[in-house]
Write a protein that binds this ligand. Structure first.
Ligand code: IVH
Length: 675
């Protein structure tokens, strides 16, 4: 008889072959710019692998190329210690400072040395650990000695290899900067604004925000990129920094060597300054943001000798570009009213060219800022474009102030609805309190209601809401459900098909669960999580409406401020009217109770769910845990209370749970615990 176990396993070999082909093509496409197959062919291979992995969960691999698209959910990231601290760089701003750093360095070494000049990418620092050629973990800089483990999110970045090739040490750490290219940033902000979400101020914030998302599929959509800039290993890998970059590039990492003018060896200050001034002038043409240049000693043998100061190594220094500045005249101050009624003052300027774009308006933040700057209409002001897309007014050119200028007085009434503004104690921002009257607030409420995380209405975006408002077709969220195809057809750029999609999208949104409807109502301080908590606890809008502040505060994680805001919302007649109209239209105002009565048995417990189940499916097991007060997390940590194991759970998960002493239970155990 043949031994069953020694037979070749065609499924397993096919999975392995697909993985290695996909890894190779990914590298050829994203790092080498030399694709050998079409996008379509790539997708076909990926789809085949996805299917095989789904059908054969026993071959699960955290570094499979299918993990690039994300899908894992992490609730709260694990904090881990860096094996070697992640230092920062000391900064310099002039040729003189660079000169004295070079002099100091060569004096310490007792001889002249060679430097390497690199771009200073403006993103978030990352430390990547590779064991046996595979990405093991990715950790943020954090406070320098410990950071957040964000491996699942980092796996989605195509220029970070999941498996590497060549002659590499068994264990090493490679560090680099994760950033968001300018184009991805613009696209992201555009779609955020359409969805009524706050845009990110700059690509750096967008990059770090995207790395800390709980849903890695969303990180995958954010189109992040990475340049690696230093290797850290117990055994020496290369004699010079330049060679280390070469090695890393050959193993499959994206280093600045991929583009031949992104990195230069320099023998003296003149050569360093030539690199700096080239990039100071040309950084606008790069597809990503840089905020300076980094200069490093090339030969590794000097690193120990030079050592570190408290915060930074002596073998490297950053040169920071000056923020680009212009002087122009302040014509007026206008005010914007946001969805929540927050007022933002805006400087209306004489148009001026700054960092390649014409600037006409600049942010003034709030009333305090105007006082601090002692700003007056007609002043000549300094405008600066730092890392943010929105320029800032940073000062007044006092010598140019006209003798008859008068101190500035801040608006007292809302520019949109003329209501007296309020400024809550301890806050710097003024608000318009007329949320039910003030047009931009009313429109903002509808934009929030239809947004992706709330009702997620297909075929309807923020721009169309604007049109619906200005044409008088709607003035609140309930009006949406009265819309007919014939009503919206006359709108500009509205074709039959899109009108139908809009109405169908609204119809479809009626089945959105209660918690989304509640979140969509836009009650101040009721975000997604609070809406979920309230919906799960009270089960119906009627129960929430009846609850007094004391009852509301009794709910886990609901504090006084939230409770009072919820209570006040339902005391407003117009809000109650909206709810009854929405209810009549068929929206969900109750929890559907398929999972049986809920409880608090799992309160404070975190579960990780893995494998294939018989009683539950993936979705219902999560809902079951949450309905009983528990949390579900994507990865096992010391904080995990239980690992719920189904069939064919990956051995890595089991091993980790055992190592950390996390109890492993079955789906039956889970049910028994509730009973
Ligand atoms: S080398 C001491 N090279 O700048 C650490 N850093 O304050 C050695 N950065 O947190 C860093 N581009 O994230 C190095 N080409 C580059 C860099 C770079 C950006 C960041 C890095 C670090 C910060 C320094």
């Amino acid at each position: 008889m043949t031994d069953l176990f020694s037979q070749p396993n065609p499924v397993k070999s096919r999975i392995e072959a697909l993985r290695s082909a996909l890894n190779r093509h990914n590298h050829l496409y994203y790092v080498e710019d030399k694709p050998e197959i079409s996008d379509r062919e790539f997708d076909l291979l990926l789809e085949e692998l996805q299917r095989l992995e789904e059908e054969n969960p026993q071959y699960e691999d955290e570094n499979s190329p299918t993990k690039r698209v994300g899908g894992s959910v992490t609730k709260g990231f694990l904090t881990v210690e860096h094996r070697f601290p992640m230092l920062s760089l000391s900064n310099s701003y002039s040729r003189e400072e660079i000169e004295s750093w070079v002099l100091r360095t060569e004096k310490l070494l007792g001889q002249a040395c060679t430097f390497v000049c690199e771009l200073k990418y403006d993103g978030a620092a990352i430390s990547l650990t590779y064991r046996n050629g595979e990405l093991e973990r990715a950790v943020t800089r954090g406070d320098g000695s410990k950071g957040d483990e964000i491996t699942n999110n980092v796996r989605t970045i195509r220029t970070i290899p999941l498996k590497i090739q060549g002659d590499f040490p068994e264990l090493f750490e490679i560090r680099g900067e994760i950033f968001m290219p300018k184009q991805s940033f613009l696209n992201l902000n555009q779609s955020r604004e359409k969805e009524g979400l706050e845009p990110f101020a700059n690509p750096r914030n967008a990059a770090s925000g995207s790395l800390k998302l709980q849903d890695s599929a969303e990180t995958a959509r954010r189109k992040l990129d990475c340049f690696t800039y230093s290797l850290v290993a117990d055994v020496p890998v290369a004699d010079t920094h330049f060679d280390a970059l070469n090695k890393a590039q050959a193993w499959g990492f994206q280093t600045p060597l991929r583009f031949d003018h992104f990195v230069r060896r320099a023998k003296n200050v003149d050569e360093v300054m030539a690199f700096i001034s080239h990039w100071d002038q040309n950084r606008g043409n790069l597809p990503f943001e840089i905020d300076g240049v980094v200069i490093k000693v090339d030969a590794h043998r000097y690193y120990d000798e030079l050592g570190n100061t408290a915060k930074s190594p002596r073998w490297a220094i950053a040169y920071k570009f000056p923020a680009e500045e212009a002087v122009t005249k302040l014509h007026d101050v206008t005010y914007q009213v946001g969805r929540t009624g927050a007022i933002t003052p805006v400087a209306e300027l004489e148009p001026v060219l700054l960092a390649g774009t014409t600037v006409k308006r600049a942010s003034l933040h709030n009333a305090d800022q105007i006082v601090r700057l002692d700003l007056r209409i007609g002043d000549w002001v300094r405008v600066e474009k730092g890392g943010d897309i929105i320029p800032k007014v940073t000062g007044v050119v006092m010598e140019k102030r006209s003798s008859n200028s008068v101190p500035f007085s801040y608006a007292t009434h809302c520019p949109e609805c003329n209501t007296l503004l309020v400024r809550p104690e301890g806050e710097a921002v003024h608000y318009c309190p007329a949320e039910l009257i003030c047009p931009p607030q009313r429109m903002g409420k509808v934009q929030h209601f239809i947004s992706r995380k709330a009702m997620d209405v297909d075929g309807l975006g923020s721009e169309t809401v604007k049109q619906l408002f200005s044409s008088g077709l709607i003035s609140n969220i309930a009006d949406l459900y009265d819309l007919k195809v014939s009503d919206v057809l006359p709108l500009e750029r509205m074709a039959q098909k899109s009108a139908e999609n809009l109405v169908n999208g609204l119809e479809g949104s009626k089945s959105q669960p209660f918690e989304r409807v509640l979140f969509g109502m836009g009650i101040r301080h009721v975000g997604e999580t609070v809406a979920k908590k309230l919906a799960r606890h009270f089960k119906s809008i009627d129960a929430i409406m009846e609850a007094d502040v004391e009852t509301l505060v009794g709910v886990d994680e609901i504090g006084e401020i939230i409770a009072e805001s919820v209570f006040a919302f339902f005391r407003v007649e117009e809000n109650r009217k909206l709810i009854s109209r929405l209810r009549a239209a068929g929206l969900q105002f109750e929890m559907d109770d398929l999972s049986g009565p809920s409880s608090d048995v799992f309160l404070g417990k975190t579960f990780v769910v893995s494998g294939v189940f018989t009683i539950f499916d993936r979705k219902s097991i999560k809902a079951f845990i949450e309905d009983h007060g528990g949390k579900v997390s994507g990865s096992i940590s010391a904080k995990t209370s239980f690992l719920v194991a189904g069939d064919n759970m990956g051995p890595a998960k089991r091993e980790k749970a055992e190592k950390l002493g996390v109890p492993i239970i079955s789906e039956e155990d889970l049910q028994t615990m509730v009973k």
